[in-house]
Design a protein around this ligand. Structure first.
Ligand code: EZ4
Ligand code: CO
Length: 403
């Protein structure tokens, strides 16, 4: 079944998304997500100029071979741009295979290993009281797991807390990155109290998560983990910049608070040491940034061997196409842990027609053949690309810090 067309759609229904459309000779269309927040056009160009021409005439059914052809064939391997591009192709080919088979993708992956996929939502506030109300709202909606982030006294802007004007907390609204100020001391002093307040009000039945967003040193992360032990966290996420994998040995020596890492990883090699030395508890690689369903399954299989569970990234900058793909993988792997679900704000729903469902804290991708998401190209054309950058962090002395 030959591929006869491959093209890229860039649209901004609320935020930027890059979508790959692959068409086969018998008219089957597959969709892939190629969105790399803040660097969207690099992936779009990589696909348009270097990948799409190579797809024409290839057999859409040979997913593994096409994956290897694009990965090994580029000579310059890995990196977020290439791996997001390969992911888009891979996701679109799984969509096609499902549509041709008349089966939802999770059935092709071995079928459902559970009835539903537990997701966590984002609760936040510009004060602890406001954050607690947001946790309550999530519990009312049925969530069993909630990530809590709050503004920190003495700090101007903090990751995970949206501005009052209803804008998203990332990306920045301007055409240069918004600058934020980071101070480790106030953060480390405040966070245990903030998360303790959640336990005080809601008890220990709700799964509680927190994203550190790569900002601490290994020793600081060990101290935070230790301070949070009494609050029995589901996890703390990205405690340190994780390209330094051996740093996690130090964190592990100091705390039993579970650690989740990997949303910015793009290959199995990025998490090899973390998994094989059991330095983390959850691997957060995503289907769209880590080489698609084909490569993500390989990472998750390695993780399973070492008792590491999955906890994939699912922020709003991953389009509904990759969110659906994530749910298919989540439903089918033995070592699923949890799935992040930030949702997509309208008008994203005008462009992406989804079939996945949320019920009582669990999600299901639905049973439509393929991924179960269709893209309305006419609607997409109404929302032109809108250049945006993620924010950056500086310390008070002006030096750059991890965001
Ligand atoms: O900052 O996806 O856990 N979720 C996150 C996200 C990331 C964004 C970056 O584009 O850390 O909110
Ligand atoms: Co994160």
């Amino acid at each position: 079944m030959k591929i006869i067309d491959a093209g890229v759609i860039i649209t901004a229904p609320g935020r930027n998304y890059v979508t790959l459309k692959i068409t086969t000779e018998d008219g089957v269309v597959g969709w892939g997500d190629a969105t790399l927040n803040g660097r969207e056009l690099a992936v779009a160009t990589y696909l348009r100029d270097h990948v799409c021409p190579l797809l024409i005439g290839r057999d859409a059914h040979r997913i593994e071979d096409i994956w290897q052809y694009l990965y090994k064939g580029s000579y310059w391997r890995r990196g977020p741009v290439q791996m997001t591009a390969i992911a888009a192709v891979d996701i679109a080919l799984w969509d096609i295979k499902g549509k041709v088979a008349g089966l939802p993708v999770y059935q092709l992956l071995g079928g459902a290993a559970r009835d539903g996929v537990m997701v966590y939502g984002h609760a936040s506030g510009s004060s602890v009281a406001e954050m607690l109300d947001d946790v309550a709202a999530h519990l009312d909606e049925g969530y069993l797991a909630v990530r809590a982030q709050s503004a920190i006294p003495g700090m101007d802007k903090v990751y995970g807390v949206p501005p009052k004007d209803g804008r998203l907390y990332e990306p920045a609204s301007s055409n240069v990155p918004q600058e934020e100020t980071w101070e480790t001391g106030p953060y480390l002093r405040f966070v245990p109290t903030m998360l303790g307040a959640v336990r005080e009000r809601f008890g220990f039945d709700v799964h509680l998560l927190h994203d550190v967003h790569h900002r601490l040193s290994p020793l600081e992360a060990g101290r935070l983990g230790r301070d949070l032990e009494e609050h029995r966290m589901f996890w703390i996420e990205d405690p340190t910049p994780a390209e330094d994998q051996s740093a996690f040995q130090l964190i592990r020596q100091h705390t039993t608070t579970p650690i989740a890492v990997g949303e910015i990883f793009n290959s199995i090699w990025d998490c090899q040491q973390l998994i094989t030395e059991r330095l983390i508890d959850y691997v957060r690689t995503s289907v769209s940034h880590a080489g698609g369903i084909t490569h993500l399954r390989r990472i998750f299989a390695l993780a399973d061997l070492y008792g590491v569970r999955t906890g994939s990234h699912g922020a709003g900058d991953l389009s509904p196409v990759s969110f659906a793909a994530a749910l298919h993988v989540d439903l089918s792997v033995p070592n699923f842990g949890i799935q992040e679900y930030m949702g997509h704000r309208d008008p994203a729903g005008e462009v992406f027609r989804t079939g996945y469902k949320f019920e009582n804290g669990y999600m299901h991708p639905g049973d439509a053949p393929g991924l179960g998401v269709e893209v309305d190209e006419q609607a997409a054309a109404k929302f032109p690309y809108d250049p945006k950058y993620l924010p950056i962090n500086r310390r008070r002395d002006g030096s750059m810090h991890d965001w």
